[in-house]
Every structure is written in structure tokens, then in C-alpha cells.
Design a protein around this ligand. Sequence first.
Ligand code: ATP
Ligand code: MG
Length: 196
Amino acid sequence: MTMTHQERMARKKEVIDARIAKATEERGVLILLKGNGKGKSSSAFGTMARAVGHGQRAAVVQFSKGRLETGEYKLFKDHPQIDWYVMGHGFTWETQDRDRDTEAAEKAWAKAQEILQDDQYGIVVFDEMSYMFKYKYLALEPVLQALQARPTMQHVIITGRVMPDGLVEIADTISSIRDEGHAFRKGVKAQAGIEY
Ligand code: ATP
Ligand code: MG
């Protein structure tokens, strides 16, 4: 007995409706955006824009130097609902001066901690935070504790290629972006509006 397309779709709708009926909780979620493909930070800032559009306050802490003048920074830095912090000057994970980097990381984390205790922020982005654990600039345990103690309705998005297990264990939504090609390997240099 084969099902018609219509029957199959009706069955599918029943299953999905049942799932929707079961998801009744309202709370902030912890999202991890990981993997080697392009699209982690841009997805985080896209989601932040969505939340800001709904009237939420947002905070960003960028844990890497990267490019200081990204398009998203230029667009959002003066937005009345957005507070944007870039980790200390001159930080890079290739630096010669590990003490200075650790100090910069700790300052950025102090700011992040304040944000995680402030329920005026509906959405928070910790961009490239996973490198702090990879290179041991920050201890993981206090970060896990602060994330779990944050205001109930606060959403947090963390980006970075490789996520430590402890973060994976407490996250709600985890998306891994796979690299299946990149213009860079076709000889295209970083393009304004696409890469930064
Ligand atoms: P984006 O900010 O574009 O969303 P991302 O946050 O996923 O990228 P990062 O690891 O933070 O990726 O790297 C940011 C920069 O590196 C961007 O210029 C991006 O295009 C580039 N990039 C990301 N993935 C790759 C890759 N697999 N190969 C080459 N360049 C990449
Ligand atoms: Mg990124």
C-alpha cells in the first residue's frame, strides 16, 4: 500500500504539530556555531540583528583582533540597542607576548561576565571565543558556570572553529558549518562585505 503525496504530507504535518505542541518552554538558548566553513560570525550577527529588530538589547564581545573595521562593526557600533566590545589592542593568537594576550583575554572575559549578569541584554554574541580555550588564555570552568547562571531569558551565541566538550554539553543549539569550498582557494582575496 503506497501513500499518496498528500497522505505523506498530512502524516508529516501531524508529527511536526505534535512536536510543536510539546515545545512549550520559553527561555534563553545557548547557540554554538562551529566548523571550518565560512559563515559562523556572519550567522551570529544576522541572528543578533533579528533579535534587535524585535527590540532586544544586544552585546558583542569579540575575542580576536581580526579586522578592527568590519562592516558589521561599522553598521552596529553606534546602534542604540547594541554594545560592542573588541578584545584588547594588538591581540592575536600568533603573538610573541603571551602575558599581554592573557591580560587582554581576561579583560574581555571580565566584560563578558558583566554582560552575563545583566538581564537588560536579550542577546549576547561571544565571537571567536573558542580560541580562548584552545590556546588556554581562559579557563573553561568559570565560563561554563557564568553561562549557566545567566538571566533566564538571555540568548547567547558563541562562534569558533572547535568547541570544547564542556560547552557542547551545556549548549541548546549547535550548528557545524562544513567547508565545501572557499573563494580563497580559487585565488580570490578577502572581499569587503563578504570576508569583513
Ligand atoms: P564569517 O565571518 O565570514 O561568517 P567565519 O566566522 O565562519 O566567517 P572565521 O574562522 O571567523 O570564519 O574566519 C573569518 C574569515 O576567514 C572570513 O574572511 C572568511 O571568509 C574566512 N574563512 C572562513 N572559513 C574559511 C575557509 N574554510 N577557507 C578560507 N577562508 C575562510
Ligand atoms: Mg568568525
